[in-house]
Design a binder for this molecule. Structure first.
Ligand code: NHR
Ligand code: GAR
Length: 224
């Protein structure tokens, strides 16, 4: 009888854990997409995060760990990592997670930790990105999925999407337009990661095999 060929055995399905703090629309977009991975758990640092109900509706395990129960960031991050590691994920995905993470935490998940950020990084790292984009008068804004490194919102970029800023935009209207794009690029990035098509190499750069679209452009405004 022929022995099974181990080399042809397909890679085990990747496992991810998703961290949230709020509404969870990006979490919903990930769960709605048919991703080539198992979502092992959703963890929130806020007990009232709407995303917890979305996770439960999809039959995904949830955990809550409040940063307020810990003396400092290091203690919170140690406890958070202990919960994450019970699920043994391949990747940890920040989907609207609002706590800055310590260097030790980031190093523990080096190359396995990604975030979606509501601006075209490196512009507008941090919070209140849409307000700041409007104040600066930029004509193109957007969102970024990147690997997380100790320097806040400066890790290697996996994918970005841009939207025009409109003349009478409000932070809310602009946020809604950006959010639609977040829901497109986030599942795409997680798919690439889980398929091994993109990774962070040893020197902290992106290694990828993706299709490029050299002729694409977004000019804003189109006319004056
Ligand atoms: N941690 C590290 N080390 N590096 C990054 O790139 C990180 C990170 C943790 C979170 C997400 C990020 C974003 O997409 C993220 C990237 C929270 C804050 C923040 O100021 C800033 C950036 C991000 C997330 N948080 C406040 C804090 O004191 C709390 C704000 C609040 O609770 O509303 O942690 O923008
Ligand atoms: C999203 O716009 C996400 O990019 C942003 O918070 C929102 C979460 O929405 N993240 C940050 O600002 C991180 N600092 P969601 O809970 O509906 O996905």
């Amino acid at each position: 009888m022929k022995k099974p060929d181990v080399k042809n055995k397909p890679d085990a399905m990747k496992k991810i854990v998703i961290l949230i703090s709020g509404r969870g629309s990006n979490l919903g977009a990930l769960l709605e997409s048919t991703l080539p991975c198992e979502v092992a758990a959703v963890i929130s640092n806020k007990a009232d995060a709407g995303g917890l109900e979305i996770a439960t509706a999809y039959g995904v395990a949830t955990r809550v760990i409040s940063h307020k129960d810990y003396a400092d960031r290091a203690a919170f991050d140690t406890a958070l990592a202990a919960i994450i590691d019970t699920f043994q994920p391949d990747f940890v995905v920040l989907a609207g997670f609002m706590r800055i993470l310590t260097d030790d935490f980031v190093h523990h998940y080096a190359g396995r930790l990604v975030n979606i950020h509501p601006s075209l990084l490196p512009s507008f790292p941090g919070v209140n990105t849409h307000e700041r984009a409007l104040e600066e008068g930029v004509k193109i804004h957007g969102c970024t999925v990147h690997f997380v490194t100790p320097k806040l919102d400066h890790g290697p970029i996996i994918i970005q999407a841009a939207v025009p800023v409109l003349r009478h935009d409000t932070p809310q209207a602009l946020a809604a337009r950006v959010l639609q794009q977040e829901h497109r690029i986030f599942p795409q990035a997680i798919r690439w990661l889980c398929e091994g098509r993109v990774r962070m190499d040893a020197s902290g750069r992106i290694a990828a095999s993706c299709d490029e679209l050299a002729s694409a452009s977004l000019i804003s405004p189109q006319s004056a």
